[in-house]
Design a protein around this ligand. Structure first.
Ligand SMILES: [Zn+2]
Length: 74
């Protein structure tokens, strides 16, 4: 069984995309509820940690997310 570690700054790729079409969320705060912000539209929300863990497809940790951000040209 996988234990999912969520840390502040991680980027979560969820199974269910946000209404704006983006499924990537940055973690702002971790507790019994996790505060995440959509990377496309910038809307933030609180989700129960248990619910969130079930919705996660993959996680890019904070260091990786930074490295990828540098490679992307916008
Ligand atoms: Zn969004």
């Amino acid at each position: 069984m996988n234990i999912i570690k969520i840390r502040t700054g991680d980027v979560l790729h969820l199974r269910k995309p946000h209404p704006c079409g983006c499924a990537d969320f940055t973690v702002l705060r971790v507790g019994s509820q996790v505060r995440i912000v959509c990377r496309s539209c910038g809307r933030d929300m609180n989700i129960d940690r248990i619910k969130l863990e079930k919705a996660i497809k993959s996680i890019t940790d904070a260091d990786q997310a930074l490295a990828q951000g540098k490679e992307q040209t916008e």
